[in-house]
Write a protein that binds this ligand. Structure first.
Ligand code: FAD
Length: 439
């Protein structure tokens, strides 16, 4: 009797632990399959940067890769690993590190759809002599890679000793993200005459990370400064370190200067912004892949009430606001603005539903639209922006004339391809395996 009682207790205890566990596992599998199917349907499965490729013949389905991914990019779908949140992949490669059977490699594009990246050689020099491409613009993500490439490119610039004319710079570095900043340190260490031109502020893509985002990186050696030792650091602390470095070594950086053209004339390169021209022997392009905000190209877009970034939602109260776009940035801005007193916020999105949203944003946007705090016009496009109104067309050719004080446009970024093409840099569409960058 006692044995039976013990057995029954064991079975009940086992059930209490095992059933919720199995349910959780089943729920995760179901959710992963749903996300995977949705991203396949929308054609957004492959991340634009470096991302995992799986060798399914070696994979043992242990899900170590899924558990280790800090961005929750991977899931097990019908017994196999798959990318279920492609837009969130930043190419850390932790998945490849932990795979016990080496079934993961990092690469670009997909077997069916390649990715367009610029041509450059082992020294990061493009087909245009003296013009280099470093960092994420070359297709390889991650801060450490950007830093390493910046330093190596400058080493080549210094050793090539390209002939320059009196008063010309040795190198113009375009972009003050991790690649450009590391290149500036290397240039300073080598006593090269250089300038960094940055269209926004110092920091590059890191400036645009969400507040308090934990940045995962590997220690990396910076010229003059020494080792950047951390493996985990908040966005704010990392930016503070960069600022300190810029100040301590008096790096020659000019912000608010967007480079519009680069061309060769009389044996030197001419780099032009809207307000200045720089003569140089070499150019390092460290533009990243965010590019410049994509414009809608509609009448009235040049009005000062039109913006491409929201800094302080709290500054907007009792206003009529249109937010254009359907990604996380657009939705987060819309929610932030709709939370302020008296704002009437409308989102205009060209697709029939939101497809790339973080779960938190998906939940919030539903809550806000259900409660009437936010209106969303799907399948819609802006026709015109007027000083006090916006004209938006939605499905069935319905035209909305909305009262408007501000327009925020989050329509993605224009790839810097135009600038590269103007420089004569060749592009290649390719699916290539990542090559580890020797530190
Ligand atoms: C959300 C998110 C999270 C990430 N998390 C991590 C992480 O945890 N760890 C990690 O290692 N990596 C992470 N990454 C990737 C990392 O941020 C990038 O790989 C890295 O910033 C690339 O550096 P970069 O210098 O090549 O380019 P960027 O940082 O993009 O900098 C390019 C700079 O060039 C400027 N520029 C562009 N065009 C012009 C022009 N015409 N004239 C003048 N200036 C111009 C831009 O304004 C920008 O400041 C993350 C990326 C994202 C989007």
């Amino acid at each position: 009797m006692e044995t039976l009682y013990t057995l029954l207790t064991f079975v009940v205890l086992f059930g209490l632990i095992a059933i919720p566990y199995w349910r959780r596992v089943a729920r995760h599998k179901r959710e992963a399959a749903e996300k995977f199917d949705k991203s396949q349907r929308m054609g957004i499965q492959a991340p634009i940067t470096l991302h995992p490729h799986f060798d399914l013949t070696s994979c043992i389905g242990c899900a170590s890769c899924v558990r280790v991914c800090p961005e929750h990019v991977l899931g097990i779908v019908r017994g196999r690993p798959a990318i279920i949140n492609g837009s969130k992949c930043v190419g850390h490669g932790l998945c490849a590190d932990v795979c016990p059977v080496g079934a993961i490699t990092l690469g670009f594009g997909t077997p069916r759809q390649g990715m367009e990246i610029p041509y450059y050689d082992d020294h990061y020099e493009t087909n245009v002599r003296g013009v280099y491409i470093i960092g994420e613009l070359g297709g390889m993500g991650l801060i450490r890679n950007a830093v390493t490439q910046g330093v190596k490119a400058i080493e080549h610039v210094a050793s090539a000793r390209r002939a320059k004319q009196l008063d010309d710079l040795d190198v113009v570095i375009v972009g003050a993200g991790p690649a450009g900043l590391a290149a500036a340190l290397a240039a300073q260490e080598k006593s090269l005459r250089y300038v960094v031109l940055e269209q926004e502020e110092i920091g590059g893509t890191i400036l645009h990370y969400p507040r308090q985002k934990l940045v995962l990186t590997q220690p990396v050696e910076l010229p003059l400064f020494g080792k950047l030792k951390f493996t985990e650091v908040t966005k704010e602390d990392l930016l503070r370190v960069w600022q300190e470095i810029v100040g301590r070594f008096h790096l020659n950086i000019v912000t608010g200067q967007k480079v519009e053209s680069i061309h060769e004339a009389g044996g030197r390169m001419l780099v032009r912004t809207l307000t200045a021209e720089f003569r140089t022997a070499n150019v390092l392009l460290a533009l990243g892949r965010r590019g410049s905000p994509r414009k809608l190209g509609v009448t009235g877009e040049n009005l000062s009430k039109v913006m491409y970034r929201l800094i302080e939602a709290e500054s907007y109260k009792q206003k009529h606001i249109l937010v254009v776009g359907g990604g996380d940035s657009a939705v987060e801005a819309a929610i932030g603005l709709a939370s302020q007193v008296g704002n009437m916020v409308t989102v205009s999105y060209r697709k029939e539903e939101f497809v790339r949203l973080k779960e938190k944003n998906e939940r919030k946007v539903k809550e806000f639209t259900d409660s009437g705090k936010l209106s969303v016009l799907f399948n819609s496009q802006v026709l015109e922006i007027k000083p006090d109104a916006v004209v938006v067309q939605s499905s069935g050719n319905i035209v909305h004339n909305l009262a408007n004080d501000f327009v925020f446009i989050f329509a993605g970024g224009e790839l810097p391809t135009e600038l590269l093409k103007k420089c004569g840099i060749k592009m290649r569409t390719t699916e290539i395996e990542a090559q580890a960058v020797a530190a």
